[in-house]
Ligand binder design. Structure first.
Ligand SMILES: [Zn+2]
Ligand SMILES: [Zn+2]
Length: 224
């Protein structure tokens, strides 16, 4: 296939000895057109004028690129280092999160247990209150509160109550009375009331009946 010289644009025949190819761009030239002497030309490394200029102009760019590459490499190393630090921190955070999650689960379990216990205790408390109320109601049925009985130092409350019984014509002894004692301090310096708990409700009713008959019982005022 016939080619043209890239300089003079004239035909270069296959048999033409006066021809050379650029090893870079592969374009064909007459040797006379590119000012080459006939001898001592290494045709394996020859480059045309354009390619020589291009290569020369590329050299500084290559240097720049290499510099940039080195810079990028060092920056990449820095970034990698930072990333590794971030991974470590994320790992630490994950560990903390897991611990907190476990603590939260434990606390929730404790709260659940406490709620169950609280509910049980509330039920028991209600039941106990009901029982105490019943007991109070029941024990109150056998009690009488006596007011206005003069109070003496080191007195025997049982003897005082027995004296009141005698005044009413009743024999009150340890079989009739379960217990008796003064209540808390009255206001306005009045003697403290006495609470008497009878063993049997019938004895209490008898005591109150006699008290109603003898309303003029001196100094004594009896409250059922
Ligand atoms: Zn030519
Ligand atoms: Zn060339």
């Amino acid at each position: 296939m016939p080619s043209n010289c890239n300089k003079c644009k004239n035909n270069i025949t296959r048999l033409d000895n006066d021809k050379i190819n650029c090893t870079n761009c592969e374009m064909m030239f007459h040797t006379r057109c590119v000012n080459l002497p006939d001898v001592n030309i290494n045709k394996d490394i020859w480059k045309c004028e354009n390619c020589v200029i291009k290569v020369k102009s590329k050299e500084p760019i290559l240097d720049e690129i290499l510099k940039e590459l080195r810079l990028l490499k060092s920056e990449h190393a820095e970034v990698q280092k930072s990333l590794n630090l971030c991974y470590e921190k994320i790992e630490d955070c994950n560990l903390i999160l897991k611990k907190q999650e476990q603590t939260l689960v434990e606390h929730l379990e404790r709260i659940e247990l406490l709620e169950t216990n609280n509910s049980t205790l509330r039920k028991e408390n209600l039941e106990l209150k009901r029982q105490i109320n019943d007991l109070e109601q029941y024990s109150r049925t056998n009690c009488v509160e006596i007011s206005g009985v003069p109070e003496f130092k080191d007195e025997n409350t049982m003897s005082v109550v027995q004296a009141a019984g005698t005044a009413l014509g009743l024999n009150l002894d340890s079989y009739t009375i379960d217990t008796c004692h003064r209540l808390k301090k009255n206001f306005n310096n009045q003697p403290r009331n006495i609470i008497v708990k009878f063993v049997r409700r019938l004895d209490k009713e008898e005591f109150l009946r006699c008290r109603r008959i003898k309303r003029n019982l001196s100094n004594y005022m009896l409250d059922p």
